[in-house]
Design a binder for this molecule. Structure first.
Ligand SMILES: [Zn+2]
Length: 68
């Protein structure tokens, strides 16, 4: 689904349907890979689901080539 040339920082994100790790910034919000160093912030995202506030800062993988 994700092309090699596609950067996670360019993939449209949603606060809905994220895993706990993604919502907590421990995993890429685009592809779900665990983040280590060089993660790129996509900024704060806001949403509500019933009584639950989903405000969170989302992080994605570094650009391909920038890592390693
Ligand atoms: Zn990613």
């Amino acid at each position: 689904m994700i092309h090699e040339a596609t950067r996670c920082r360019d993939i449209p994100l949603s606060v809905y349907g994220l895993s706990w790790d993604q919502a907590a910034g421990r995993a890429c919000a685009a592809c779900g890979k665990p983040l280590t160093t060089g993660a790129v912030s996509r900024g704060w995202w806001y949403g509500n689901h019933g009584n639950h506030r989903l405000d969170t800062e989302l992080w994605v993988c570094p650009d391909p080539g920038a890592a390693q």
